[in-house]
Design a protein around this ligand. Sequence first.
Ligand code: ADP
Length: 502
Amino acid sequence: MATKAAAAKATAKSGPPASNGRPSVRLTKLFIDNEWCDPADGGSFETCNPATGETIATVAAAGPGDVDRAVKAARRALESGPWSTMDAADRGRLMFKLADLVEQNADELASLESLNCGKTIADSKGDLQGVCNTLRYYAGWADKVEGRTIPVRGNFLSYTLRQPVGVIGQIIPWNFPLLMLAWKWGPALACGNAVVMKPAEQTPLTALRMAELAREAGFPAGVINILNGMGETTGAAIVNHPDVDKIAFTGHVDTAKIIQKAAADTLKRTTFELGGKSPNVIFADADMDAAVAGAFHAIYFHGGQCCTAGSRLFVESRIHEEFVERLAEKAKGRVIGDPLDARTEQGPQVSQEQLDKILHYVDLGEKQGARLITGGERVGQKGFFVQPTIFDNVTDEMAIARDEIFGPVVSVLPFKSAEEVIERANRTYYGLAAAVWTKDIDKAHLYARKVRAGTVWVNCYHVVDATTPFGGFKMSGQGRENGEAALEHYTELKTVTVKLGG
Ligand code: ADP
C-alpha cells in the first residue's frame, strides 16, 4: 500500500468516456455517509487492468478511523435517519429504483467491470442482468418479512418481530465484483440493515459507481458505505470494529478462518461463502454433446475464476478417452484476448499472483504424474493470460485434484460405478456445488441425494438464480445467500409477550 501522501492523488475526477471506447474512471474516493471522502488515516493503492498489467487508477484506502466514521454513519442511519422509520414498502421502492438505474447504466458498468476484473464483456453483461434480478427479487421481499403469533400457554399474547441485525460489514472478492455486491446488498437492504462494504483490492471500481447510483436512487445517508483497501488492514478493521453486528464474507477459506476467530471477540454474526473443488460427474449414458459443452462451461467460465468451477471432472471409463479428446478440441479453439473485445471468449486471470498460482499448480500436476493433454502455458508476455488446461489420469490424492486452483485447469478422473464416484466426489473438505450428467433418472437423484454440496446441477452447470439458495456444506461456507434463505441471516428474531387482561 502506498503512503498518505499518495492518497491526495485519489480524487473523484469526472470526465467524458475515453475516446478508445474504454470507460473512464471518475470515482476513486471513499464513500461514507453519502459523501465522497479522502481517507483520514488510510492511504491509497493502484488498481490495474489485468489484460495489460497497467495501472488504471489510484484508489483511496480506508484506515481504522475511516472504518469508524463509516460504522458511525451506518449506526446513525439505523437509529435516527429516515431509514430507521421508512416503511418497508418504501425500502423496496428504493431498491427497484436502484435496479432501474443499474439497467440504464449497464453498458458503462459492464465495461468498467471488464476493464478492472478481466471478465469478457459478454460475461459482465450477464452479471449485470443478475445484479438487476437480485435487487428486484429482494425489493419484492422488503414488505414481506413477517413475524408470527404464537399460541403461548397462559393468558398472554406472544408474537415475533423480525428486525434488522444492524450494521453489516460486507467483504467481497474480485471474481464477481458487481454480482457479489448485489447478493450482499439485496437481503441486507430489504431487511432494513445498513452496510459497510469492502470490495476486493483487485477490483475496487464498480462498487464506487454503484454507490453513486444508490445515492441517486435516494438511499439516505449512512445506509450504504463503500470502503476500499487491503484485507489485512481495511477488512480487518471492519471485522474488529465493536459496533459492527455481522460480517458477511465471500472469499478464501483461510481468510474466513481468520475472520471467524477475530469475530469471536465481539461475538459477531458471520456468514461465509467460500471456495470449492466441485465434482462434475459424466456417466456414459449422458447426452455426449451436451455433456462435453457442459463440462467445458463448468471449468472455463470466467477462466475458471469461479468458486463453483467444475474442476474435478469424473468421466465414466467407457467414454473417458473420447470425452477428453472432444474437450481438448474445444479448449484449443478458445479465443483468448482483450475482454472488452466482443469476440473474446476468455480474458486474463485477475492478477500476477493468480497467474503464478495457476502455473505453479500446472507444474505440480506434471511432477505428480498427471498427463497434460493441452494448455499449461501463459499466453503472451503482457497481462495475465493462461491457456485452458486439461490434465488426464489424475488421482484423488494429487494436489490438482484437492486444492482450489481458481484458474482454467481441469482434472479428469476416470471412474467405473455410481457408488465409487459418489464416494470419491465427497472425498474433499469442500461442498459448494456438484453436477451430474446422465439420462438415468435414478442415478441422477441418487447422486443429488448423496453428494455433500449446497447446489447440485443435473444435466446443466452454473445455473444460479436470485431465487434459489446458494452456499456451502463443509468448509465451503456457512449460511445461504439468495432466495428466502438469505433473509434469516439479515434479521434478528424478537419475541414480544403481552399480559392480557381479564
Ligand atoms: P482471494 O484469494 O479470492 O483473493 P481473499 O479471501 O484473500 O480471497 O479475499 C476476499 C476478500 O477478503 C477481499 O476483499 C480481501 O481484501 C478480504 N480479506 C483478505 N484478508 C482479510 C482479513 N484478514 N480480514 C478481512 N478481510 C480480508
